[in-house]
Design a binder for this molecule. Sequence first.
Ligand code: ZN
Length: 133
Amino acid sequence: MNKIEHLGIAVKDLNASNQLFEKLMGVPPYKMEEVESEGVKTSFFKSGPNKIELLEATKPESAIAKYLEKKGEGIHHIAFAVDDLEAEIKRLESEEFVVLPGFPKNGADNKRVAFLHPKGTNGVLVELCQDIE
Ligand code: ZN
C-alpha cells in the first residue's frame, strides 16, 4: 500500500460543502463528477499533497444516503493508493479482510477501486484505489 490517496467525507449538500471546503482549503474543487452506478455526486479538492473527496447521495438507496441517515455527515472513508489492485486484494483476502461485493470497479477520479468491509478494519471503511492508465 502506498500513501493515503484521499479522505472521503459524506455531506448532505454538495454545493454548500464545496463553498465551505473552498474557504477551508483555499482552492476550489478541481473536479466534480457523478458516479451513476454508486448513486453519488463527488467533488475533489487538492491542497499540497492532500486530497479530499466530498460525496453527496443522488438516490435514497445509495451507500452514502444510508451512511448519512445512520451516522450523519463526517469522514466516510480513507483511501489508500495501490500499484496493483488485484494483487493487493489477494493479499488482504489472505489476511482475512473482506472486500465488499461488487468490487473492484471503476470509481470517481479515474480510479479502479475496491472497499474493505469496515467490520474487519476497526469500523473504518477503507478504499483501495489504483490509477486507470
Ligand atoms: Zn474515495
